[in-house]
Design a protein around this ligand. Structure first.
Ligand code: SF4
Ligand code: FES
Length: 251
């Protein structure tokens, strides 16, 4: 018995930033459960191309869960029904005959460029505001020159897993980017190399976050649930601690 699937897709089409946009329904057939969600969209785009219709614009790059480009809202869930990235989501997570809605991330700070593609450059500007360390140029220092306690190294690695996909923003009713921002603050704040700018970093990154129009965190927790890397909410507590510390130091 064939396990190929036929699906109905309701996909958000929007010609450009100023276009009102709306859902368009497509039927796709003979979809293998082993295809990724993006490969399924590739099949649909090949069909649209063959008919001379405009293919659906969506973002992707690595297609292996590390670049953060591929976020889609799939039937109301950021990255779909599994805790993974859209590119690592497989069609076996869906059933034959299912109707699937596909939308771009919805947030004022992530304006739609076209169809399913949003502009996430607000994240780049948050990183630019403070996501760096000062380091002397020249030859690379000896790897053991600066010892890092294991607990700190583990927590820095955990926070560094954030791939900047934006699912936390899309899932949050406040469209807050606090989980993303806190991941960057914690990543560098746990390391000796991150200490010189620790106070300035958290203030600058939170200011930029607010300036970009992301909402505030009210501890709802949808961000961590949607995060494909499982970044825990307590990074936001650590950001708040660092922010209070920085404000105390500035008095
Ligand atoms: S915190 Fe998680 S959901 Fe948010 S941008 Fe980073 S990886 Fe994506
Ligand atoms: S395409 Fe890179 S994480 Fe999905």
């Amino acid at each position: 018995m064939s396990d190929l699937m036929n699906l109905t897709l309701k996909i958000w089409r929007q010609a450009g930033p100023a276009d009102k946009g709306g859902f368009v329904t497509y039927e796709v057939s003979d979809i293998s459960p082993d295809m990724s969600f993006l490969e399924m969209l590739d099949v649909l785009n090949e069909q649209l191309n063959a008919k001379g219709e405009e293919p659906i614009a969506f973002d992707s790059d690595c297609r292996e869960g590390i670049c953060g480009m591929c976020g889609l809202m799939i039937s109301g869930h950021a990255h779909g029904p599994e805790r993974t990235t859209t590119c690592q989501l497989h069609m076996r997570s869906f059933k034959d005959g299912q109707t699937i809605t596909v939308e771009p991330w919805r947030a004022n700070a992530f304006p739609v460029i076209k169809d399913l593609v949003v502009n996430r450059s607000a994240f780049d500007r948050i990183i630019q505001a403070g996501g760096y360390i000062s380091a002397n140029t020249g030859a690379a220092p000896d790897a053991h020159a600066t010892p890092v306690p294991k607990d700190n190294a583990d927590r820095a690695f955990m926070a560094a897993e954030c791939i900047g996909c934006g699912a936390c923003v899309a899932a949050c009713p406040n469209a807050s980017a606090m989980l993303f921002t806190a991941s960057k603050v914690v990543h560098l704040g746990e390391l000796p190399q991150g200490q010189p700018e620790r106070d300035a970093r958290v203030v600058a990154m939170v200011n930029q976050h607010d300036h970009e129009g992301f909402g505030g965190c009210t501890n709802i927790g949808e961000c961590s649930t949607a995060c494909p890397k499982g970044i825990p909410q307590d990074v936001i507590s650590q950001l708040n601690f660092d922010l209070r510390t920085a404000m105390r130091h500035s008095r």
